[in-house]
Design a protein around this ligand. Structure first.
Ligand code: PLP
Length: 309
């Protein structure tokens, strides 16, 4: 991969001893995509996890099409905004982030990082955000800049191609196809890639970080008729996007103390809570192999602490 020589492109697959797995008689692993980049890299927290998987083929396509300016969209705490800003500074693209809602000074840690990485920030109202026309927005670019447009959350065909490789990598590292692959979902692109990259006997379990059943169609639209079985597990959104409870935070803290692995409260904290709870209630058969994917999101911790003390 000549464009991106500095990146550690294979993340560890870590076997995990955990009392819930022991009690359920399940073999548990966690795929450490939070460690996808070398820790000494300054942009590590912003660019780890599923962000690199989702962006890498987009960045290649942008280069191939000779686009020099990445345009994207997101909320004020978006992991995707931080990742695109980091990608821009690492790989020398100009970047613009269209942010949902009003500007607030001082900038929160996500937007401060984006700005420091060179991203131009523009704010639009929530209703304008819903009706936005990316092509029209790109017309305000300086002369000579050519836009490569990334949707909010970064899910498109190139992103799904990158996430597909995640399943293949897990399969290669294990030496067999796991029985169960578990992943968090926002737009569902990461999950769609995992499903497409899997083969029998794997089943994919998708744990949405948002409320509602809409992800079923969102994921299905990327899939051909026949894939491995997949399931939407809608019991662990904790009230919706960026909603949380003391119980969730305590669970994340206990997990960190017993495994040394830091989770984020928006995505991976809810995933791990859900998978372990499901394990305890016997959802995964005794003797089966279960892999949870740590999709990163750790850049969001500073903003979460700031918002909720
Ligand atoms: C850390 C983290 N995990 C999981 C997801 C969900 O990814 P997707 O939008 O592809 O479903 C996101 C989305 O932004 C994320 O930031």
């Amino acid at each position: 991969m000549s464009y991106f020589p500095r990146l550690n492109q294979v993340s560890p697959l870590q076997p995990l001893r955990h009392p819930s797995a022991d009690a359920a008689g399940v073999n548990l692993w966690i795929k450490r995509d939070d460690q996808l980049l070398l820790p000494k890299d300054a942009v590590f927290p912003a660019f780890c996890g599923n962000k690199w998987r989702k962006l890498r083929y987009n960045l290649e396509e942008a280069r191939e099409k000779q686009k020099n300016h990445l345009l994207t969209f997101g909320g004020a705490y978006s992991n995707h905004i931080a990742a695109v800003a980091a990608a821009g500074s690492l790989f020398k693209f100009r970047t613009t982030g269209i942010i949902r809602g009003e500007a607030h000074e001082p900038l929160n840690p996500t937007l401060a990082f984006a700005k420091k990485s060179g991203m131009r920030l523009e704010y639009i109202s929530r209703s304008a955000f819903r009706q936005k026309d990316p092509v029209a927005l790109a017309q305000s670019f300086p002369d000579g800049d050519t836009a490569y447009i990334l949707p909010d959350g970064g899910t498109n065909a190139a992103a799904i191609r990158g996430c597909r490789e995640l399943s293949e990598e897990i399969h290669d590292q294990l030496g067999f196809a796991p029985d169960h692959l578990c992943v968090s979902a926002g737009t569902g692109g990461t999950a769609a890639g995992l499903i497409l990259g899997s083969e029998p006997p794997t089943q994919v379990h998708v744990y949405p970080a948002l409320k509602g059943d809409f992800l079923r169609q969102e994921i299905q639209r990327w899939l051909p008729e026949s894939t491995v079985p997949w399931h939407l597990v809608t019991d662990y959104h904790f009230g919706g996007y960026a909603k949380w409870s003391e119980n969730l935070l305590e669970h994340m803290d206990r997990f960190r103390r017993s495994t040394g692995i830091l989770l984020d409260p928006i995505y991976t904290g809810k995933l791990v809570f859900g998978v372990l709870a499901d394990m305890e209630r016997g959802y995964f058969p005794r003797g089966s192999s279960v892999v949870m994917v740590h999709t990163g999101g750790l850049q969001g911790l500073a903003g979460f602490r700031e918002r909720f003390s």
